[in-house]
Design a binder for this molecule. Sequence first.
Ligand SMILES: [Zn+2]
Ligand SMILES: [Zn+2]
Length: 441
Amino acid sequence: MSTATTDNEDVMIVDNNDTALLTSLGDLAEKPLIMLFLRLIGNDTKQNTVLTNAQIIDILQKEFEMDIVYTHELEVEIYLNLLKRFLKDWPQWDEFDFDINILKDQKNIAKMKDMLQSNYGSLKKYLQSMLTAVDPMLKKVIKEVNESTVREPTTTSNDEVAIEVKCTRQQLNELFFRRPHPEQNNTIFNIELPSEKIRLQPVAVQSILNWPGIRISISIPGLMYKREIKMPLKHLLINKKLNYPPPPLQEAKTNYQVRTARMTNHGHVDVKTFYDIIHRIGNGKYRNQDLMDKIWMLSALIKSDLEEAPKYIYSPSSYRQNLSKYPYKRLLCAEVNSDSFSSNNYDLVLEESGIPQLQYHFIRFSDPELEITQDASFLKLECTLCECIFAGAYMFSMIQAHFEFHRGEKDYQCSGCHVVFSMEQLTASKWRHVCDHEPSK
Ligand SMILES: [Zn+2]
Ligand SMILES: [Zn+2]
């Protein structure tokens, strides 16, 4: 007979016949090793007898008075695995299993109690001797590891460790605790949802239109245009207690990149033609003043994109431009609100960085015919993050209402000049700021 171990939670089978036995054991029934015996007796399918890590930690704490909180995590991990191993190897399992089950069939509670007590003593003594034997060796290993934990990293390799996490944008903002949380099983993952922050002002339309993931589409006969700011984000989980040097500052080119099917050498239009259409859209008469104001704002934004754009537009074609030279970055983490002691080997932050890029596409562009409609039916707004589309006379107020969901973004810092900006400031200014970063030679 042996015990199997697994990390999965298992079900404890309580046999009604054992109630009398439990009563006769008194306080002893609370001992983790006795509980283990009881689980074995109550369990007819022995293969399913499993121990979780939490149960083994319970044994370490209550039977061997190990103070897990003040013990190095590696040490706990090693003790955990050793104890699993020693438990399996206890030489008296078969004999105990055989004898106790005979007594169980006989419903001989008194003898079962005696047997449990003596085997408890014997198993505990066995485990204690094994733990004592490995202890000096273990202490030496832990000491070496401890001394090497907080110091300059010795390797300069670019080996990247990747973890894949599926969560919402809001969860990501506070996904990692700065240190293992002592009251939440020493986890570094914060699964609580961030609290909603109430704000009085809605996000400005100008900001929304420059928010990464918001797409503007204009579709009229002869012209199909889409505009979006994309910001591919990189995430790096950093333990600030390890003094890693900051990565070298990367610099992006901010000139336009054009992608087009060059083999169709015909079908290029002067950018002015497009500018005029956008201008007319901006000055159109729509159902209400608010719609007129917002569309005027949108047309001014699209016109501003064209200031440095190439002279000709090919059909079809894609235009891209980095909106900043240096990545914007921000540090995401959740504070541990607890007075309990936890490891001070950690100060974790998730560094998120990215360069916003303006992208617009002409899916079709030849002989466009613009007809202004009251509800601006040629125009559509789309939140690609949530896959929802806003159209019609109230599209702007609808997307503003939708944006309450996207609020609460943390501030970004320019990695060139280190100035901090709010998400709303950056989007309102189309991600541009006067950057006084001096390139170091
Ligand atoms: Zn959305
Ligand atoms: Zn800057």
